[in-house]
Design a protein around this ligand. Structure first.
Ligand code: DCP
Ligand code: MG
Length: 384
């Protein structure tokens, strides 16, 4: 019986709210680990305000949007770092790409915040914990998660305990969970509305739950009904799907002259595979499916896809590539070829051995030469 009711809770408590902890500061700490443990403030620039404050700095009363001069006066020992938007965008992309490995249902709300539906999971709490750990081990930043039956409850739960929180509001306990919270947690209660409500004697969400409707109308006008529902933990808004960032990597090219020699077609496909796999590695991923495309001189297009164990090394995929080519090429003249790798897996630090083979020293060497001297600095023999 207990098992059944718990299972019922899990099966509908499926919306996860994710928010990175002091996001800009966390990225700066990955770039410069000496900042770990210190009161750090990212900001300044033209606006001269705090963008993100570490939790150590928050103990001094420092918060986002505070003028930098004020933050300095509150904590003279704080370390100030200029914003690096390119880095934050890159980390944000990694953060959302990783979430895509857990669910196809994702709503991105800001650079570091979103909702994920885990309705397809039988044990969403364990899955959410796994996601939280994987963000930390692969991207190097921490996130806080809230799990609930709807967006409002999961968002409040996620923001209530930070950093590295994982707060679960079981189905049926929403009203109780919200009851004692300050009413400023409710949407619609900005500083002005909160002040007006407090003036009328409302202080907690529980006060809104039991308020006289006519007083609520006086306070909130035609929003009163909706806000009363929210205060009771009822939020019917759906996750607004954000189109995914990268679910596959591909490249295609048309030959200057149609080609009828299998070895030449294979070498071209290999060179393209090298390029896409370099991008896969740069994003810290591995792939499980290869698809090749051939377009004949008569404009007939054929494709073949084959799946394999996750890898981030093209050398492991070469035999699969040859197998795919052999299965679809029967002597045609080819005008265009394409390679797509998909079915992504995320590569965490502990999985290095799983994804790499002894030969990957060459791959690493090629990657580092290309990063230093440019894409064309060095190529494998088949690409020449
Ligand atoms: N941000 C900003 N100016 C603000 C608020 C935020 O530039 N007034 C930027 C910096 C933050 C990032 O957006 O790092 C994400 O905003 P959050 O509100 O999520 O704040 P943090 O991630 O910094 O802290 P928290 O741990 O409270 O989420
Ligand atoms: Mg955040």
């Amino acid at each position: 019986m207990i098992y059944l009711s718990l299972f019922f809770c899990y099966s509908i408590m499926v919306i996860v709210h994710l928010d990175a902890d002091c996001f800009y500061v966390s990225v700066e700490r990955v770039k410069n680990p000496r900042l770990i443990g210190l009161p750090v403030i990212v900001g300044g620039g033209v606006r001269g305000v705090v963008a993100s404050a570490s939790y150590e700095a928050r103990k001094f009363g420092i918060h986002a949007a505070m003028p930098i001069w004020k933050a300095k006066s509150l904590c003279s020992a704080a370390v100030f770092v200029q914003t690096d938007m390119d880095a934050y965008r890159e980390f944000s992309q990694k953060l959302f790409q990783l979430q895509e490995l857990y669910s196809p249902f994702i709503e991105k709300c800001s650079i570091d915040e979103g909702y994920i539906s885990l309705k397809h999971e039988s044990d969403p709490i364990t899955k959410a914990r796994e996601l939280q750990n994987q963000v930390k081990s692969t991207i190097g930043i921490t996130v806080s998660l809230g799990l609930g039956t709807n967006k409002l409850v999961s968002q409040i739960a996620g923001k209530l305990w930070k950093p590295e929180g994982l707060t679960v509001v079981p189905a049926g306990t929403e009203k109780e969970f919200l009851k004692t919270l300050d009413l400023s947690w409710l949407p619609g209660f900005g500083p002005k509305a909160t002040q007006a409500a407090k003036y009328k004697g409302f202080s907690t969400i529980g006060d809104i739950q039991s308020a006289d409707m006519s007083v609520l109308f006086e306070l909130l006008g035609n929003k009163a009904d909706k806000v009363r529902g929210l205060a009771n933990g009822i939020d019917l808004s759906e996750i607004q799907l954000t189109p995914n960032v990268a679910k596959s990597y591909s490249e295609q090219a048309t030959f200057e002259k149609d080609i009828r020699i299998k070895q030449e077609i294979y070498h071209k496909l290999q060179a393209m595979l090298d390029n896409v796999m370099r991008k896969v590695r740069l994003d810290g991923k591995a792939v499980k499916t290869l698809e090749i495309k051939l377009r004949t001189a008569a404009f007939k297009t054929v494709t073949k896809s084959i799946s394999f164990e996750p890898t981030d090394n093209e050398e492991v995929i070469y035999p699969v590539l040859l197998e795919a080519l052999t299965s679809v090429w029967v002597g045609h003249s080819i005008r265009l070829v394409g390679v797509t790798v998909s079915n992504l897996a995320y590569k965490s630090a502990g999985q290095l051995d799983l994804f790499n083979t002894p030969d990957d020293k060459i791959t690493k060497l090629l990657d580092s030469m290309k990063s230093k001297f440019g894409e064309n600095a060095i190529k494998r023999g088949h690409a020449l």
